[in-house]
Design a protein around this ligand. Structure first.
Ligand code: NAD
Ligand code: LMR
Length: 332
């Protein structure tokens, strides 16, 4: 029997990530090749015509899984009945700006959209915040939507996770799908800590630690980390626009693994509400290694954290505490 359609909200759908993301969702990349979807697309009035153009293209693409499209500038209509909300709407960072610089513009959007989601989304709606500052926007959304369970509100650090996999695969000249269990700790910002201490590569003679294969701790503790931390800025410099296809693809990876589960023995990075694991301050949205099963994520416990890593986990946590304070000051 055919499955019931799932309603997926994409905010900022007339923007560049939106344009890459909606066809992926309509093709089943996010929820599976047998899962019909109804797309809800929200943007602001100045983008209404462009949004309608995206809707026209979705119709023209004749996606078999796409059972309906709601394209609107009305936040209540957009949020009504949605099972999954991918929050991309906001102002992107331009060359020379830190993600913090876009804070005041974006946190007020997330405060108001929190209420709309809380009142109108389907029960148990899963929320992924993509727009920057992603962790802090997600935290504001969580705080102003108190009836949505905290575990349902997440932010995107899967792009950073995938970037780390990509760097290791290029360095070792191995297939990216053979590299696993990197970790992005903390903020989706230049203080994030891409950690390879538990990462492995599948080889003909079994799984081997990344450190053993790379044989260059100076690179792993230096250039590798800064390359991943600065990759967003490097893309902006090259394209004069922030990353879009990789961000859209990572958003699909994030929701797919959350809903359908992570493969046995594999974890992924998600920005989730901290419960104090690994001595990360509770009450922040912080990126952790997680496994997912039956639509629930769980922080991977018991990983060893050396002194080098500890400092980096703390530093990115401090930045998130500062961002939280700054966000509240922007809202008053
Ligand atoms: P964009 O400017 O092309 O698109 C953003 C869209 O949001 C625009 O169409 C705009 O009209 C719309 N918008 C603005 N305010 C809105 C509101 N209140 N409600 C609904 N829509 C609204 O930007 P983009 O390149 O698509 O990037 C979107 C966001 O994602 C930016 O904040 C960017 O920094 C962030 N981003 C995050 C990651 C990540 O890994 N977390 C990666 C790439 C980009
Ligand atoms: C990215 O990581 O590509 C985005 O967050 C864009 C940015 O501002 O870096």
């Amino acid at each position: 029997m055919a499955k019931e359609p799932v309603r997926v909200l994409v905010t900022g759908a007339a923007g560049q990530i939106g344009y890459a993301l909606v066809p992926m969702i309509a093709r089943g990349v996010m929820l599976g090749a047998d899962q019909p979807v109804i797309l809800h697309m929200l943007d602001i009035p100045p983008a209404a015509e462009a949004l309608n153009g995206v809707k026209m293209e979705l119709v023209d693409a004749a996606f078999p899984l796409l059972k309906g499209v709601v394209a609107t500038t009305d936040v209540v209509e957009a949020c009504t009945g949605v099972n999954i909300a991918v929050m991309v709407g906001g102002f992107p960072r331009k060359e020379g700006m830190e993600r913090k610089d876009v804070m005041s513009k974006n946190v007020s959007i997330y405060k108001s959209q929190a209420s709309a989601l809380e009142q109108h989304a389907a029960p148990n709606c899963k929320v992924l915040v993509v727009a920057n500052p992603a962790n802090t926007n997600a935290l504001i959304l969580k705080e102003f939507a108190p009836s949505i369970p905290a575990n349902n509100i997440t932010c995107l650090t899967r792009l950073d996770h995938n970037r780390a996999l990509g760097q290791i695969s290029e360095r070792l000249n191995v297939q990216v799908c053979d590299v696993k269990n990197v970790i992005i700790w903390g903020n989706h910002s230049s203080t994030q800590y891409p950690d390879v201490n538990h990462a492995t590569v599948k080889t003909p003679s079994g799984e081997k630690p990344v450190r053993e294969l790379v044989k260059d701790d100076a690179w792993l503790n230096g250039e590798f980390i800064t390359t991943v931390q600065q990759r967003g800025a490097a893309i902006i410099k090259a394209r004069k626009l922030s990353s879009a296809l990789s961000a859209a693809s990572a958003a699909c990876d994030h929701i797919r693994d959350w809903v359908l589960g992570t493969p046995e023995g594999t974890w992924v990075s998600m920005g989730v509400y901290s419960d104090g694991s690994y001595n990360v301050p509770a009450g922040l949205i912080y990126s952790f290694p997680v496994t997912c099963k039956n639509g629930e994520w769980k922080i991977v416990q018991g990983l060893s954290i050396d002194e080098f890593s500890r400092k980096k986990l703390d530093l990115t946590g401090e930045e998130l505490s500062e961002e939280k304070a700054l966000a509240y000051s922007c809202l008053t």
